[in-house]
Ligand binder design. Structure first.
Ligand code: ZN
Length: 316
């Protein structure tokens, strides 16, 4: 096996709410990248992305596969007529956008893997980060929205559509009269705890919220409830929490995680009978090892998985 075969060159697209991050490389250590704002017309964004990927081919070789991790909702069913589309998003202009088709119009013979941004990040963390060696893990992001991806028994969960854990319905604290920022739900995790919810609660972007602001107690209370529900339903070996909000402004990431872990344990009341949750809580709820690169590295991991499953004659 040559070096090129051992470390194939692949492309990645992390389609986010504010920007598309594209990268070409073989893994986290050698990525060349570019960014394009999502606010432009989708056809302009996708043309820029595809042209950039095409232009990276040359000295380093050709792209063997491309992975796309996208904001949703998405159609992930290969036999559906709208497979590869961003479907019913409220994001202006992006409703019913054929993102896989746009990539395949140029890269017709290249395997393209398509999944949620959070499923991609879960896969990236398992390949290179805090999920190495685990078969069951949840990757959560709290930022512009809240989403989570899951590996269960070593496989990414898709199901009927794909999980929408960020819209998990939560019981409100009795004195919390804040109106949810989610247009669909009066009290879901995203509606109560996303970056825009924190901004609306406090008048400040999360990075400027003071350490002693009561918003952090609310944030960690609701997020602990949501993570406890995820632990009870999916039985993950670890929960990785990424996104911008966990950096927690003037409170700091370390104190935010400690508050969150304490609330998580107290909500579960000792019920989950595992030393991982009891004594090992500091390594049960953790930040992503890949940091802010979890998404784009996840899209690289998606591409490598597509390549591997194609070479085995499979794919799913
Ligand atoms: Zn919601």
């Amino acid at each position: 096996m040559t070096l090129d075969e051992a470390r194939p060159l692949v492309g990645a697209i992390e389609a986010g709410g504010t920007k598309f991050v594209c990268a070409v490389g073989t893994g986290p250590g050698d990525l060349v990248r570019a960014e394009f704002p999502t606010s432009r017309d989708p056809s302009v964004v996708l043309t820029s992305v595809v042209n950039w990927l095409e232009g990276q081919q040359g000295e380093r070789g050709v792209l063997r596969a491309i992975g796309i991790g996208s904001f949703g909702p998405l159609d992930l069913h290969p036999r559906s007529p709208s497979f590869g589309f961003i479907t019913s998003t409220p994001k202006p202009g992006w409703r019913n956008t054929d993102i896989v088709g746009a990539v395949q119009s140029t890269f017709a013979d290249v395997p393209v893997a398509f999944d949620t941004d959070v499923n991609a990040a879960a896969l990236g963390e398992r390949r290179w980060g805090n999920g190495v060696g685990l078969s069951d893990l949840v990757y959560v992001t709290i930022g512009t929205g809240i989403g989570a991806g899951a590996l269960v028994g070593g496989r990414l969960v898709h199901g009927l559509v794909h999980p929408e854990m960020g819209h998990m319905l939560l019981p409100r604290l009795p004195d919390d009269t804040f109106p949810s920022v989610c247009p669909f739900h009066g009290a879901c995790w995203e509606g109560l705890c996303s970056g825009p919810a924190l901004l609306a609660r406090t008048g400040l972007p999360p990075e400027q919220i003071a350490a002693d602001h009561p918003a952090w107690a609310l944030e960690t209370h609701y997020t602990a409830l949501a993570l406890a529900n995820l632990a009870l339903v999916l039985s993950p070996q670890r929960i990785i929490l990424g996104g911008s909000v966990r950096k927690a402004g003037l409170l700091g990431s370390e104190r935010f995680f400690q508050m969150l872990r304490n609330r998580f344990q107290s909500e579960l009341g000792g019920y989950l009978a595992s030393p991982v949750v009891a004594e090992g809580i500091d390594s049960f709820i953790v930040a992503p090892m890949l940091g802010d690169d979890a998404g784009v590295c996840g899209a690289i991991a998606l591409a490598l998985s597509a390549l591997a499953s194609g070479e085995q004659g499979g794919g799913s």
